[in-house]
Design a protein around this ligand. Structure first.
Ligand code: GCV
Length: 718
């Protein structure tokens, strides 16, 4: 028995155990490796055999590490790094190129500082691939580009690429709190371990930097815009400087959120008035101190006089006074201020959608040169669909940057598959007409060549093994980075290349799954807020529907403020007969959305209050169309489930199952949204549900009674 146990059972058990942990760790690696999978290639490619690269510089060292990992995983050999004449890949700044390579020098010379060129050239009679750029960061971006090309086509040998970022600041905004929680975070807790910093540099920080650099993200605001002044104290600056050091080789600058009242809270002053000299001096000193810790510090991100955060208006001053005070302190160090335009006031009874424009546009041209006004994509708050923010194009003498939300606060948290580049693209492509036809939001934020410009995304990253909670939410991080590099890229291309790198290059798989990704954003709009409805989510945690909420302290916090449903109809009249928010847009846009004949159905109830029996283009009444849209959203999720089933043969079982389970949650919640909203709106329409719509399972009281005290993304109520 003993013999039998030792010789047979024990080894078998060990093998099983190993297999099991191998599968588990293989799975973790796949999820963890994001789009940098470097899957084993079935074709050989010698491109990495002998790489000419000067590895003295720390960014070049990062290039070396990346190429080694990629080559070993994809092609099963370790590259040799030397400066010998037989290079298969040359990675050199163009100041170091030989004069015979003039053509490429000319090509690369036309690029901006972060641009790069990749060319297959003749070198000593042999075909060689050359990556060249003005500086090491360009070389790093060029390397990641080459790796993307090879992940998609491992046999590729001929390259002729020149590329450069169109925006200067391409950054993630983390809404991470110092206590480790993440506001609106759905992927676990914060990845920053403040307790162990500065001495412990988690490998995760490096992998985070790699992922960001691979798509060109070059800035990170580490903590929440609802800020804590402690981050500006030496105790924390030392920790921040350790993170900055880890990110530096990857070209990523660190930014901090600056709490406006910091001079009082950590400086011992009696005021934070931006026109007070002592306050100004305090910020000057603070900035000088920060640059001692972090010589390449990016600057401050500020949420002021918004949702209770302190700001210049507390002292009778304005946004320009506040932003310029910080901007002047940062100027000697080439730092910048990202001043958020997300403001709305409890004392302003006008339409919330109009308030940011009214507060900021009068100050056009008054901000210092190193200030970027950071504007959310829409005028309310990251809703599943909003028309573009009217501030875009309305401040031609100021620099406006885009703020998107990557984390899915209003889009099903990290349980719903929603491909956000589709939303980002829709906004970027919108024509503001502010400088004539063709002045799209993308063009507005690109600004003038060589001027400060940018795009920020509220990060969806947390301590979850797969970083983002949902494997497909990784695509939103990826896609944000790609659009920040080039706001004119198509979401279709982004979906395809992400799938190819993350899951499989099989064309059937890519075609089928990119289709559901591209349609997923429209589906979530349909099952949450169809026909232009908005802000009808539950209170505080924003999990699930809450269109009935009408008892919150501020009118504009209540969903009823936005849908205005009554027995006569539904929708927010933002035309001249209502709040006239449309007047903030150019006349072409105001006319287009204002006229019921031209207003697209997607924005109908955003701009118009209409009777329940309003006849729509398909000949059916508004009420029926509402139910039909909700049902379509639900049906599309059902379809996603079937399509995902068909993807089984193409990808690993673990990630397949992970997504399949999440889709089940998505379907349940889509039905919940449909049923709760339609049951509630029926109390006003008094009409039967349209025949196309599946009947709700419960009555309204049931949906209203649901409570979620521990929903993620807010401070828990212990
Ligand atoms: C960080 C919304 C969110 C808040 C967020 C705010 C902002 O209101 O619900 O959690 O605060 O936007 O963007 O500042």
């Amino acid at each position: 028995m003993n013999y039998f146990y030792k010789k047979l059972i024990l080894p078998l058990f060990t093998v099983l155990l190993l297999c099991n942990s191998f599968t588990a760790s293989a799975q973790i690696t796949k999820d963890y490796d994001l789009w940098l999978q470097y899957q084993k290639s079935s074709v050989a490619n010698d491109i990495f055999k002998n790489i000419a690269l000067n590895t003295k510089d720390e960014t070049n060292k990062a290039i070396q590490d990346e190429l080694k990992t990629a080559s070993e995983r994809m092609f099963q050999y370790s590259p040799t790094f030397s400066n010998s004449g037989n290079a298969t890949l040359i990675i050199k700044k163009f100041s170091e190129l030989e004069p015979t390579q003039k053509n490429i020098i000319n090509k690369a010379n036309a690029l901006n500082d972060e641009g790069f060129a990749i060319e297959t050239i003749q070198n000593k009679g042999k075909k060689t691939v050359l990556i060249t750029a003005k500086n090491s960061l360009g070389l790093l971006y060029g390397t990641f580009r080459l790796l993307r090309e090879l992940q998609i086509d491992p046999s590729k040998k001929h390259f002729s690429i020149a590329d450069e970022p169109k925006l200067k600041v391409r950054m993630l905004n983390h809404w991470d709190n110092l206590d480790g929680t993440v506001e609106r975070g759905y992927a676990g807790s914060s990845i920053w371990n403040w307790q162990k910093l500065p001495d412990f540099i988690d490998k995760k920080y490096i992998d985070y930097a790699r992922a960001n650099a691979s798509v060109g993200i070059n800035g990170v605001a580490l903590i929440n815009v609802n800020s804590n002044a402690l981050i500006l104290t030496p105790q924390y600056l030392e920790k921040v400087s350790a993170l900055a050091k880890a990110f530096r080789p990857y070209g990523i600058k660190v930014y901090l959120t600056a709490r406006f009242s910091a001079p009082i809270e950590i400086g011992g002053l009696k005021t934070a008035d931006p026109l007070n000299q002592e306050v100004q001096q305090w910020w000057n000193n603070k900035v000088n101190e920060i640059y001692k810790f972090i010589p390449d510090f990016g600057g401050f991100l500020v949420k002021a006089n918004s949702e209770g955060q302190p700001g210049p208006q507390n002292y009778g001053r304005n946004h320009v006074d506040g932003a310029n005070m910080m901007a002047k302190a940062l100027q000697p160090h080439h730092g910048i201020v990202l001043w958020r335009a997300f403001v709305y006031s409890e004392t302003d009874s006008s339409d919330r959608a109009k308030q940011a424009y009214s507060e900021f546009v009068p100050y056009d041209g008054k901000f210092e040169d190193n200030v970027l006004v950071q504007v959310k994509n829409g005028a309310i708050d990251f809703q599943p669909r909003e028309p573009f923010h009217p501030m875009f194009g309305a401040m031609p003498k100021s620099k406006l940057m885009m703020e998107y939300q990557i984390t899915q606060e209003y889009l099903g948290f990290s349980s719903h598959l929603v491909f956000l580049p589709k939303l980002y693209e829709e906004v970027l492509e919108s024509d503001t007409y502010k400088q004539g036809k063709g002045s799209t939001v993308a063009k507005i934020i690109e600004g003038k060549p060589n001027e400060l410009s940018g795009m920020a995304g509220v990060a969806n990253i947390g301590s979850d093994l797969n970083w983002t909670g949902h494997p497909f939410a990784q695509a939103n991080w990826y896609g944000f980075g790609r659009l920040a590099w080039n706001p004119e890229l198509s979401s279709e291309k982004i979906a395809e290349e992400w799938l190819q790198q993350t899951f499989s290059k099989d064309s059937n798989f890519v075609k089928t799954i990119s289709k559901i990704m591209l349609q997923s954003r429209e589906s979530v709009v349909k099952y949450m807020t169809p026909l232009g409805l908005h802000h009808i989510m539950a209170t505080n945690h924003h999990y699930g529907p809450g269109p009935w909420v009408n008892d919150l302290a501020r009118p504009e916090w209540n969903p009823v403020y936005y849908h205005k449903a009554d027995k006569n109809g539904i929708g927010f009249d933002r035309t001249a007969t209502g709040s006239n928010a449309l007047a903030q847009y150019s006349p072409e846009i105001a006319q287009y959305y204002g006229d019921l004949k031209t207003c697209p159905e997607e924005y109908l109830l955003w701009f118009h209050h209409l009777p329940w029996d309003y006849k729509m283009k398909n000949g059916k009444i508004l009420w029926d169309n509402l139910g039909i849209k909700y049902q379509e959203g639900v049906n599309e999720v059902k379809n996603m489930i079937t399509t995902w089933e068909s993807a089984k043969p193409y990808i690993d079982a673990e990630r397949h199952q992970e997504v399949a389970q999440l889709l089940t949650i998505q379907l349940k919640e889509a039905i919940w949204w449909k049923d709760a909203c339609m049951t509630y709106f029926q109390t006003f329409s008094n009409l039967p549900f349209p025949k196309e719509m599946e009947t709700p399972k419960h009555d309204l009281e049931y949906y209203k009674s649901l409570q979620f005290p521990f929903a993620p993304g807010i401070k828990p109520h212990w």
